[in-house]
Design a protein around this ligand. Structure first.
Ligand SMILES: [Zn+2]
Length: 381
């Protein structure tokens, strides 16, 4: 997901690293120097940065294929509505412009993201200060569906063509499903930040080619989850198995799920804790404090953390889930320094590096070697 104002948020988070709920127990880096987000142009902030949301699942081997299978069924059921619409082509894949009716169906489809949402997720999606059930959520989501107008479609056709030209020039072939959907929603959902579910890119407006390519990486990953075993270790993560249910009650209902990363607990990172001992962590996004019910309210409570893991379970002591700040120098070095504004999850790190390989001017990449390596690995898959 792409956050419009993430740069500012990251600066705030960086300043708070080690002193917010991020550090609940002396985990890795809680006392190390926080990383300050790089400065960025307004255009970068609006179109390039991406947000990750941790997600929720229960095991690796049994669930890797689940999001893909659910998506395949949803897309198959909607196949009649995908035909005969305005469309474009990207590397041989049909890109369909959804209307308001189709977008409503896509927003309310029961994919793995929908099924695993936390109570806080539902409030944020519905922009609701109060807890809501699925009936109310579906009604609010349907109201958020929009039609693309002819000018936007024309602009997105140009974006798609430029994205293909860039990808072809870089020698990168996107192994996407045969049909991709572009769906427009209210700018109130995730503050208008682009994100994906199944084979759909949701956005509140037109996108830059680099942003579209970033979102396409997520769709490729969702439909080819086996690619992660090659790509995620390149940004510092290793396979693990951590169940969402092992999180303490203090954070489980506060999880903010990134639709781009369905997989909670598939991959972990090992860092040194305060005692200098190697410690395993799983990344997670949680909300701190009450959600205001305003469109940007989620950005005010978003807190990226690393949850300590021992024996495939989150460490919970006296009801408190052991976690530490994610934005630290040690973490950034471990993921290869190219996290830019949202190094919250290996899925986003891979997408940032790959988009940076194809459109290198749209981003800040201290480690160009990693960008080249991720691109080479992606091509070889
Ligand atoms: Zn993303």
């Amino acid at each position: 997901m792409l956050r419009k104002d993430l740069c500012c948020l990251v600066i705030i988070l960086a300043a708070q690293a080690g002193c917010s709920s991020s550090s609940n127990r002396g985990g890795a880096n809680s006392s190390t120097t926080a990383v300050r987000a790089p400065t960025s142009s307004a255009a970068d902030v609006n179109q390039v940065s991406t947000t990750t949301r941790a997600t929720t699942r229960t095991s690796v081997s049994s669930e890797v294929a689940t999001p893909k299978a659910a998506c395949q069924k949803i897309v198959a059921d909607l196949a009649p509505q995908l035909n005969g619409r305005s469309s474009a082509m990207f590397q041989g894949h049909k890109v369909v412009f959804a209307d308001v009716a189709l977008t409503s169906k896509l927003l309310t489809s029961r994919d793995s993201f929908y099924e695993q949402m936390s109570p806080l997720d539902r409030q944020i999606l519905a922009v609701s200060k109060d807890p809501i059930d699925n009936v109310k959520l579906d009604a609010d989501l349907s109201k958020a569906a929009r039609n693309w107008d002819s000018i936007e479609i024309s602009e997105m056709r140009a974006t798609i063509a430029e994205a293909q030209r860039r990808a072809d020039s870089a020698g990168v072939n996107f192994k996407l499903p045969s049909t991709i959907v572009l769906a427009k929603t209210s700018a109130e959902i995730y503050s208008g930040s682009p994100y994906t579910r199944c084979a759909t890119v949701f956005s509140s407006g037109t996108m830059l080619p680099s942003v579209l390519l970033h979102e396409f990486v997520h769709i490729v990953s969702r439909y080819n989850p086996e690619f992660r075993a090659t790509l995620y270790p390149m940004v510092g993560y290793a396979p693990c198995i951590v169940s969402l249910s092992s999180l303490g009650d203090d954070v489980r209902s506060r999880v903010i799920t990134n639709p781009d990363t369905e997989a909670f607990g598939e991959y972990c990172i090992t860092l040194k804790n305060d005692a200098g001992l190697p410690t395993q962590y799983v990344p997670l996004l949680i909300g701190t404090g009450e959600y205001s019910g305003k469109a940007d309210g989620w950005t005010e409570i978003l807190d990226p953390v690393l949850v300590e893991v021992v024996n495939d379970n989150a460490v919970v002591i006296d009801g408190v889930t052991s976690r530490t700040a994610l934005f630290t120098q040690q973490y950034m070095e471990a993921v290869g320094l190219n996290g830019e504004f949202e190094p919250f999850h290996p899925e986003e790190l891979v997408a940032i590096n790959l988009a940076g390989a194809i459109v290198p001017e749209d981003g800040i990449f201290p480690n160009r070697g990693l960008v080249a390596d991720v691109k080479a690995a992606f091509i070889a898959l």
